[in-house]
Write a protein that binds this ligand. Sequence first.
Ligand code: FES
Ligand SMILES: [Fe+2]
Length: 444
Amino acid sequence: MNEENGKNNKPFEYETNNLIRSNFNEKESVQDLENIAPKPSNQLTNGLLGWYSVSSSESIKEGKLNHFTIYNEPLVLYRDREGIVRCVKDVCPHRGASFLGGEVINGQLVCPYHGARFSSQGSCTNLDRITCQHIIDSNYDSYAKSIKLFQYPCVEKEGYIYIYYTGTPLANIEDFQIKSSINSLLPDSYGFPSLEYEYEEVYVDFKADWARIIENHLDILHVFWMHGDTIPDKNVNRETITSFNQKIKRDNRQIESIYSYKTNGQEEFIRIKFVPPGRIFIYKGSPESTRYIQVLDHIPLGNNKARVIVRHYRKFLKNKLFTNLVLFSHLQRRTFYKIFTEDYLVLKTQTFNDQMGYIQKDNVKLLGEDKMVQYYWDWLQNALNKEKPWDIHPTNSLTNTVHEDRGMQYPPENPNMAIKNNRQIIIKLLTRLLFPISFILLLI
Ligand code: FES
Ligand SMILES: [Fe+2]
């Protein structure tokens, strides 16, 4: 148990940015990055296995199960009795049922098949029986004591849920050898004072390869061509012919590219920072003073299936009443949905080309502006060869898609969230107009 959590059993506070809640003692388990043998300064230390941001805090409600997969492995997130988020393998140790359709009762996970209940530590708590009195196994007491859930370390910080993913969940959280610090991902550790920002958030699920989506977010050129009509910046459109200087910085933690105008006194255009395995920061200017940051988290749900959580932090328009009134977050969401829909076809077809082996060095020729993609590609190849995360829980064409069917959240495959968002905009606008219109009608 984390020292801070042990003393602090207050009800859970979603909004408190500094709050850290975790199901293991990070301080004791983390082998600090500095203690890892030094590498050349342009090589990223973190590989594909390690910390992933997998959800926002708000999405993990008490009493609810949240199913997802990572590298094809089915997992479930829920809050235990103390409000601490648990990340459990979605397989009941009695007869292997999924917890889909199960419950959380008093912070205990309950299997939908025969009602086995599990404590936060993953032990079976129905020591008397499972659901009914009909157990005839005279060894039942020792049986119940012998079955355990498998878990991954989980940390809740600054409104995000992070898991430490290794491909092998363990019965005792304390047994994990954690090789990288969660700090290597946190916005604050890159100088962004996250307490000073408000944010909106969007989930987008793509049926496309995880790595192609990350490349897309490191690809500066497509922004002008594909999103020119959508991004509200006069310099971002198909017609503007502007050339940029590009400065790429690489160290053990990140690859960052800073783009600035060649004219206009070298004014900065944008910065893109990649932090492995799946986080990207997009912002402008120095981290301390930037007015907005986009934080994009990429989750490799499975083959051809990935989730992106986009959080847009801003220092402007912070008045809640005003932003509610002008439907700011709905409008932001609409822009995000549009941008991701624009990307989607290319992501799907590029995934196909990649799988067919068409995106090989001999077939494609990169531009100078693709340097960031090249560096990312080098890191990815290295990490894939070394860790082979897709080989841990392989699936094939015969594997059923129950998790995919249940779990996919947003467009472009399933545009329900975008439609719902648009509907809300219309309804809210109408209700807002209703009062002044009826007032005018009364006067007439
Ligand atoms: S399979 Fe879960 S209680 Fe039987
Ligand atoms: Fe895009």
